[in-house]
Write a protein that binds this ligand. Structure first.
Ligand code: CP
Ligand code: NVA
Length: 313
């Protein structure tokens, strides 16, 4: 039955207690692997005998490698499909693709140009589907980011995070996370690049602590974390206009000074030094971006275990 399939599509449709469990499990699995080589399986190898397919419509470094290595550490196997080497690239329907893949593999991770494609795949699939980024959201990134924040700063509940820049797909998942993990999120975005209105409306209905401003300084003051992302996401075709709108939103040392003196800097990567963030901040002592990248591996393993082997609350 489709409704019993454990898809991981977006944080807003998942239970807060489950999301907390996934972060905690990721932390425990990470700790249990201290000193192991990357190729060594976890002791319990919970996904032995299972196959994960990774379908990409856009480029990726972190998502591709961390899902691949993570699935192997869980005892399972992977295969990587780029859209253009499948019949999807020649017009086979999304629905048929989902139904066919459901006969060969146990779970499907998708990085898609369009969120609608992800939803269509999930609706037709008979296996769990995981969102590995769409134009709308990036929920796997956020589980890793919560883990990273908490490793450096302790529990995120009631803390404050400032998002500076484009109100893009990663910003959407930060808004979802702010509601589910109960922290304050201040977003500083230019008027033309605000987060999706329906996402902000949802957060307000849910009682989320969300501030939206056009002033980066207002967002940054006393924040526990400053976070940003590229000014030109994959699929954006208005780079010049974006650069102009976002120029006042660069995260630099002066902006970091406004935050709490022990604030951390996060970025999902890939980064563009001299655009959304200066090299001084990205490579500086407050930056935890490499821990964030590593934590994609641990967070996604926890997601895969939930999708494929169940979770009894
Ligand atoms: N942060 C992230 O998703 O990186 P990739 O595009 O390299 O997968
Ligand atoms: N917002 C960026 C995130 C990349 C991981 C993009 O969609 O390209």
């Amino acid at each position: 039955m489709t409704e019993n399939i454990r898809h991981f599509l977006d944080l807003d449709v998942l239970d807060a207690a489950l999301l907390r469990h996934l972060v905690d499990e990721a932390r425990q699995r990470k700790q249990a692997r201290q000193g192991c080589s990357q190729g060594a399986p976890d002791d319990d190898a919970p996904l032995a005998g299972q196959v994960l397919a990774l379908l990409f419509e856009k480029p990726s470094t972190r998502t591709r490698v961390s899902f691949d290595v993570g699935m192997r550490q869980l005892g399972g196997e992977t295969l990587i499909l780029n859209r253009d080497v499948t019949q999807l690239g020649r017009g086979e329907t999304v629905s048929d693709t989902a139904r066919v893949l459901s006969r060969y593999v146990d779970a499907l991770m998708v990085r898609s140009d369009s969120h609608d494609t992800l939803l269509e795949l999930a609706a037709a699939a008979r296996i769990p589907v995981v969102n590995g980024l769409t134009d709308h959201s990036h929920p796997c990134q956020l589980l890793a980011d919560i883990l990273t924040f908490e490793e450096h700063k302790g529990p995120i509940t009631n803390r404050s995070v400032a998002w500076i820049g484009d109100g893009n797909n990663v910003a959407t998942s930060w808004i979802h996370a702010a509601v589910k993990f109960d922290f304050e999120l201040r977003l500083a975005c230019p008027a033309g690049l605000k987060p999706e209105a329906k996402v902000l409306d949802w957060a307000r209905r849910e009682g989320g602590h969300i501030l939206l401003t056009e002033d980066p300084q207002e967002a940054a003051v006393h924040a526990d974390c400053i976070v940003t992302d590229t000014w030109v996401s994959m699929g954006d075709n208005d780079a010049e206009q974006r650069m102009e709108m976002l120029a006042p939103y660069q995260v630099d040392a002066a902006l970091m000074t406004l935050a709490d003196h022990q604030a951390i800097f996060m970025h999902c990567l890939p980064a563009h030094r001299g655009e959304e963030v200066t090299a001084e901040v990205l490579d500086g002592s407050q930056s935890v971006v490499m821990d964030g990248a590593e934590n994609r591996l641990h967070a996604q393993k926890s997601i895969l275990v939930w999708c494929l082997s169940g979770w009894d609350k």
